[in-house]
Write a protein that binds this ligand. Structure first.
Ligand code: ADP
Ligand code: MG
Length: 399
């Protein structure tokens, strides 16, 4: 789960981490009121979307020469104008895809006199079972270029969760950032605080870019992206308040209500599968047959009629879907129960695209009989390869 920059900064401030003062704003008036609370004379108006690259981003509705999603404003009037230009418009950045994201919230923050920009992020590194701290002296808006062309300028420091953050980790961070004296001390303290926040908040990712050295010798978090590990949601009931559903895919929100693992993809074949591994294999085999999946969807172990119906509705709500492949392995959940669910659901949603169903496992014959006798144009398949071939052929034929 992702949150906005201003929310992440509010959380970091609770750990005594230095961030410039700022306020969120949902309207031009709120943006102006926010700026009036700041000392000035430099303000920064920042689009709040769940994507980076805002500074270099472009607004779809504005002329190409218009400024991007992070704007330095030198007066309250500039803040008013920038807020008016940004709110409600669509910001396209390298991370949003071509469709861009509508800007519904702004963050109005203190302008900082920057001496140098650094990079510092943390992720859970599954390969080493550690929290990886990734740091670079080359922070700022071109970090992707740095990673691509000069990866030696990026250092990774692993922190073993069994020992936690040790003073030597802090020294390694300061050394990698080539800091000395008071700034090195500040970097050590900051790295420790960030690690504590990361673990405490169950982050999946925390990126500070840029981390800045100010002209008066402080280290400040100027931009941050934070995401939480959804598996830890039960420990953090306050996550819910931070969720901005306007940033999420409506079908994914609907799916989460039914506890369905759904992710929208770019293809035209809707998939309904039980088990994440089987879902991955199903997607692979669709690709192998020359087509693309429209989604990943794991209905889970207890694929009840209610869940199967919800899953059908979600798949069909995607206008790109031209055919559906159901691939269910009946284990504890028997194939006949699944087949009944599919029949009820298919009737209820008024299915208008070809549907191929592959069932395997407990009571498979009873399941197949139920589908065959349902009166619905369900195309049965014997195995995964057969199922993929059939749905790809059906969709091609219909096109
Ligand atoms: P993004 O990464 O989405 O482009 P950032 O918040 O990193 O957005 O802003 C882009 C650049 O704008 C930063 O690298 C920094 O140079 C400048 N910037 C951002 N916030 C401030 C600020 N409060 N004061 C001065 N400059 C800023
Ligand atoms: Mg940034």
């Amino acid at each position: 789960m992702n949150i906005h920059e201003y929310q992440a900064k509010e959380l970091l401030a609770k750990y005594d981490i230095g961030v410039p003062t700022g306020y969120a704003a949902m309207s031009v008036e709120e943006a102006v009121a926010a700026a009036e609370k700041l000392p000035g004379p430099l303000y920064v108006v920042k689009a709040q979307i769940h994507a980076g690259g805002r500074g270099k981003g472009k607004f779809a509705e504005l002329p190409a020469e218009a400024k991007g999603g992070v704007r330095l404003a030198h007066s309250i009037e500039d803040v008013r104008r920038d807020a008016g230009e940004m709110l409600g418009n669509t910001l396209v950045t390298i991370q949003t895809g071509d469709a861009g994201k509508q800007v519904n919230r702004l963050y109005v923050t203190d302008g900082v006199d920057i001496a140098k920009e650094y990079y510092l992020s943390m992720v859970v590194d599954r390969a080493t079972d550690r929290v990886a701290m990734i740091v670079s002296t080359e922070g700022g808006m071109d970090i992707e270029e740095v990673a691509h062309h000069t990866p030696e300028k990026i250092a990774t420091i692993g922190v073993d969760p069994a020992t936690g953050f040790m003073p030597h980790h802090g020294r390694s961070v300061a050394h990698a950032l080539k800091l000395e004296g008071a700034l090195a001390k500040a970097a050590q303290k900051l790295a420790k605080q960030l690690y504590e926040a990361f673990v405490d908040l169950d982050c999946a990712m925390l990126e500070i870019n840029p981390l800045v050295e100010t002209k008066d010798g402080q280290l400040l978090v100027l931009d941050t992206k934070m995401s939480f590990d959804s598996n830890a949601e039960f420990r953090h009931h306050d996550y819910a308040e931070l969720r901005d559903e306007t940033e999420e895919d409506p079908a994914e929100i609907e799916a989460s209500k039914y506890d369905l693992a759904y992710i929208k993809l770019d293809g035209n074949i809707g998939c309904m599968v039980n088990g994440a591994g089987l879902a991955m294999a199903t997607m692979d085999i669709i690709k192998l047959n020359g087509a693309f999946p429209a989604n990943f969807l794991d209905v889970g172990g207890g694929a009840t009629t209610e869940k199967v119906t919800a899953a059908f509705k979600i798949i069909l709500s995607d206008p790109a879907v031209e055919g559906i492949l159901v691939n269910i392995f009946g284990g504890i959940m028997r194939c006949d129960t699944i087949a009944e669910g599919i029949v009820i659901a298919a009737k209820e949603v008024d299915l208008n695209v070809p549907l191929v169903v592959r069932l395997e496992g407990t009571n498979v014959q009873q399941g197949k009989d139920i589908l065959a006798n349902s009166g619905l144009p369900i195309i049965p398949a014997d195995d995964l390869g057969d199922a993929a071939k059939k749905i790809v052929a059906e969709v091609k034929q219909a096109a």
